[in-house]
Design a protein around this ligand. Structure first.
Ligand SMILES: Cc1ncc(COP(=O)(O)O)c(C=O)c1O
Length: 444
């Protein structure tokens, strides 16, 4: 595959693009359970229009792009209000990982300035998203992972025991990715406040859904937003249950003083004075404009309507799963993120059979389980998925594993005691992913 010598026509490019994309996962039909949060064609049209209108604009230059300054500050203000603190200070970022990276950087620099801590440590439950480990890896922060209680929520006692003089940050999720459970945020935040450290709530999944779950009168296991004293920052992803275009999240702080530690500025560069609020330098205007548009398009009414669809589908899926012999939901999920497992069947073999049938729940470990995140796109997929799942469970019960399936590999990787070796398997596969196959025809 060489850099093209000549131009290719728009028509040819479009048809090659469409052809390649047609072989991607069927997210419109609800066949995958992560990665895309599709809220319908009307929302898609609103997003496309806003995105393409602003796609040349660059959020790095608020003076040149006053429109983006307005959109971003309004998205932040609307999100602050939604999360019970209209005066919260924040920024838009490219996604959950960047928001979390910013929260950890803020905690690190706050602790360095305010407490003179130069070798920071943070305490996170094992279910916290790997973005925290990535942030720690990038930023030179030690991470202590603490176990869960029997309810698959953070064990606050274990977090308390892990705090040392250099601890800068405690983390809880609302909800966590693996089991969809909200951690006991009031207890975690009280612990943090009592020990004089910061508390971040990762509401990347729940930030734009839980407020509407509560509006529907459905109780969640614990308060989790700025209503809780001691919560100092929250991440909430617009490109998940905010239904925005990919590349959009919000990071919020209780006050502007704290947010200041997030910023970067240098005054000595020959290229001029330089300031950047988040990790990215240039920031895509399309993602900012689309987020602003979808919040205004849906409003409380639209998000509440979609939340009802998501919760009804989730309830039907959980009831259906629990009704299939040998399968059960893990713990007590708070919204629409559900893991299920089996003590009698190899659940990864069940996933292999589902793969063959075109359904792709995600695979998990500790315990071996399958994972679904329910979106409005799954409304009409509930019954077909449950029928496929029941059939898959029955096939594994009677015939065992699919010979060509991945179950054996997953089983082996989960049990390998040398986790460094497993990490290398992941690194190798990432290395291969962006290699063009030597023998592949140029259009593949
Ligand atoms: C709870 C939670 N936090 C953070 C993230 C990271 O978000 P992103 O993939 O947008 O970087 C995810 C992604 O699924 C998540 O579920």
């Amino acid at each position: 595959m060489q850099f093209p010598e000549n131009s290719t026509s728009r028509e040819d490019l479009t048809s090659r693009l469409r052809e390649a994309i047609s072989r991607d996962a069927d997210w419109r039909g609800g066949k995958i359970f992560s990665l895309v949060y599709f809220a319908g064609d009307d929302v898609a049209e609103v997003l496309k229009e806003a995105y393409t209108t602003a796609f040349y604009s660059n959020g790095l230059g608020p003076a040149a792009f006053k429109s983006l300054k307005k959109f971003e500050s309004e998205v932040v203000a609307m999100t602050g209000g939604l999360l019970s603190h209209p005066e919260a200070a924040g920024n838009m970022t490219s996604g959950g990982t960047e928001s979390i990276l910013m929260a950890v950087k803020t905690a690190r620099d706050w602790a360095r300035t305010e407490k003179g801590i130069s070798n920071p440590q943070m305490v996170i439950p094992v279910t916290a998203h790997p973005a925290f480990d990535k942030a720690a890896h990038y930023l030179g922060v030690e991470v202590i992972h603490t176990p869960l209680g029997e309810d698959f929520r953070a064990d606050v006692g274990a977090m308390r025991d892990a705090i040392i003089d250099n601890t800068i940050l405690l983390v809880g999720s609302a909800p966590c990715y693996p089991f969809g459970a909200i951690d006991p945020i009031p207890e975690i935040a009280a612990l943090a406040a009592g020990r004089g450290v910061l508390c971040h709530v990762d509401a990347c999944l729940g930030g734009y859904l839980l407020p509407f779950v509560e509006r529907l009168g459905r109780p969640v296991s614990a308060p989790w937003d700025f209503r809780v004293p001691g919560v100092t920052s929250i991440s909430a992803d617009l490109h998940k249950y905010g239904y925005s275009a990919r590349g959009a999240s919000v990071i919020l702080y209780r006050d502007r003083e704290l947010r200041r530690h997030q910023f970067f500025a240098t005054s000595d560069w020959p290229g001029g004075l330089y300031g950047s609020p988040t990790l990215a330098g240039s920031r895509p205007g399309g993602a900012i404009a689309a987020a602003w548009a979808v919040l205004n398009y849906l409003g409380v009414e639209g998000y509440t309507r979609l939340a009802r669809v998501v919760l009804d589908s989730t309830d039907a899926l959980m009831d259906g799963i629990n009704g299939i012999p040998d399968l059960h939901v893990i713990g007590d999920p708070d919204m629409s993120v559900v893991a299920f497992t089996s003590e009698a069947l190899d659940i990864h073999a069940v996933a292999d059979v589902l793969d063959e049938a075109g359904w792709h729940p995600d695979r998990q470990q500790y315990p071996a389980s399958l994972h679904i995140m329910v979106t409005p796109a799954h409304e009409h997929a509930v019954q077909p998925f449950l029928a496929a799942l029941e059939g898959a469970a029955e096939r594994v019960r009677t015939q065992g594993a699919v010979p060509s399936g991945k179950a054996a590999v997953y089983g082996m990787l989960e049990k390998m005691p040398d986790r460094g070796q497993v990490q290398n398997v992941v690194l190798d596969s990432m290395d291969r992913l962006t290699q063009v196959k030597q023998d592949a025809p140029s259009r593949d």
